[in-house]
Design a binder for this molecule. Structure first.
Ligand code: AMP
Ligand code: GLY
Length: 448
């Protein structure tokens, strides 16, 4: 017996079947995390999806489509899969292939150049791929962000001088992709000096820290805002709050994310209007004005500082575990939205969002975010009743599902109110077991 539950959840039926056209497509989704499991679930809710392929996927995505064992950065392998399976649309989950230019690769190849890729080209992906690029973009377009300057080893001396001028704590950011580890918050100038040395002189984060952004610390409460854009028009997807620390009460090491909640109570109408006016519109217009083509998601990491939104970072993709909560609240046909993005007609689509609350609790492997246990058998998924279980680091081993990653499963519940959603997701996580498992029992309770 496979211990994968049947896809039979009370919130699977909330899809609005308001399409006046039908176009059956084969879709290829790139990635293998909880975000991709949530995308896969949402895509197969669409009447527009004929077949879904996921590369490389995980044990959970295999419930919704066919996993293909190709790495997200194996562009030639991806091209072959696109041709073999007559793929009509590609959705890119993680940042790495985007920053490495997968969209450009498609456009440059006559055999696949007409197949839409959702995710920006290399230049737009620099919003995430280079902190210096994104800061300069924000400055040019008048987008509120912390004051900063960028240094290399040739300007180290100026860097030291700058450290003394910006106040404590000091934020240091490796310019390039550093697997979520490239941001350091230093509480003294001495510490900042030492870290700056290690980043610039000792390649602490490899090539990613050959350039370092030094910036002011922003005091406030964070949230994640997501925009889908076709380069001209945009839709604001449900916002979410992400819990990054491993320990309850937001303590301990940083992780990829231990849980998420959507909507975010403090992101009220007045605040979101400011976000749209001061951040989203200048971002989308700035990309257009600077001739940076962008069809895909923009994930804006924001700090709410006394009711004013300040941008901490951009990502060129959706967040994880935010996507699990965000997709759960989207009632519109997701493939329609992707198609309209590809065709530059996002303005013709209606985005319908549930006013229920989605909560996601991430179940992680023992030891995570340090070295963690692997290959542990997962049991009890079939006992979950009021939540969906999105797989992240899992694989199928004959009849069993085993753990392969640090973040193993995302348990997401959609309920009429926040308390019930949080309680249900937490209770359902307790119904699942694997050796060494851990999850936070306080996700979202600070928002009540
Ligand atoms: P990032 O890798 O850019 O997501 O940064 C990681 C985390 O560092 C963010 O989620 C924030 O919690 C924190 N952070 C980054 N920049 C700042 C800043 N200027 N002020 C305060 N916190 C920051
Ligand atoms: N949850 C944060 C991220 O996906 O980067």
């Amino acid at each position: 017996m496979l211990n994968i539950p049947k896809i039979d959840y009370n919130f699977d039926s909330n899809l609005h079947q308001n399409k006046n056209y039908l176009c059956k497509m084969n879709i290829l989704l790139l990635g293998s995390g909880g975000r991709e499991s949530a995308f896969a679930w949402k895509i197969t809710q669409s009447t527009n999806c004929e077949k879904l392929f996921i590369a490389p996927g995980n044990a959970g995505t295999a419930q919704y489509g066919t996993n293909i064992n190709i790495k997200v950065t194996d562009f030639m392998g991806i091209k072959q899969a696109v041709l073999n399976h007559r793929i009509d649309l590609v959705l890119v989950g993680p940042e790495e292939p985007l920053v490495k230019g997968i969209h450009d690769f498609f456009l440059a190849d006559d055999e696949i150049k007409n197949i839409p890729v959702i995710g920006p080209q290399k230049e737009g992906a620099q919003l995430e791929g280079s902190k210096d690029f994104s800061k300069q973009f924000m400055v040019r377009n008048g987008i509120p962000a912390a004051t900063s300057k960028t240094f290399t080893k040739d300007t180290l001396q100026e860097g030291y001088e700058y450290l003394a001028t910006i106040g404590l704590p000091i934020v240091l950011k490796a310019d390039g992709l550093a697997a979520g580890k490239g941001v350091l918050i230093c509480s003294s100038i001495e510490e900042a000096k030492q870290e700056l040395n290690e980043m610039l002189l000792d390649a602490k984060f490899g090539d990613a820290s050959s350039s370092v952004v030094v910036e002011q610390f922003l005091q406030g409460i964070e949230l994640s805002v997501f925009v889908l854009t076709d380069g001209t028009h945009y839709k604001i997807l449900p916002e979410a709050k992400d819990y990054k620390r491993i320990g309850e009460g937001d303590t301990g090491l940083n992780t990829g994310g231990m849980g998420s909640v959507s909507p975010v109570p403090f992101a009220d109408k007045a605040f979101m209007e400011k976000v749209e006016r001061n951040v989203i519109i200048p971002t989308v217009n700035g990309l257009k004005a600077e001739n940076i083509p962008y069809k895909g998601f923009i994930f804006i990491g924001l700090m709410n500082c006394n009711g004013e939104p300040w941008v901490i970072e951009y990502n060129c993709r959706m967040g994880d575990p935010e996507t699990e909560s965000v997709m759960t609240r989207i009632e519109s046909d997701f493939v329609d939205l992707l198609l309209a993005t590809a065709n530059g007609k996002l303005n013709q689509e209606e985005l319908i969002i549930s006013n229920k609350v989605a909560a996601t609790v991430m179940m992680v492997a023992g030891g995570y975010p340090g070295e963690y246990l692997k290959d542990k058998v997962i049991t009890g998924i079939e006992n979950v009743r009021g939540s969906k279980v999105f797989h992240a680091g899992t694989y199928q081993d004959k009849e069993e599902i085993k753990t392969s990653g640090g973040r193993v499963l995302a348990v997401t519940s959609l309920q009429p109110d926040m308390f019930t959603a949080l309680q249900q997701a937490t209770a359902d996580a307790s119904r699942i077991y694997f050796d060494g498992m851990y999850f936070r029992r306080d996700i979202g309770f600070d928002l009540l």
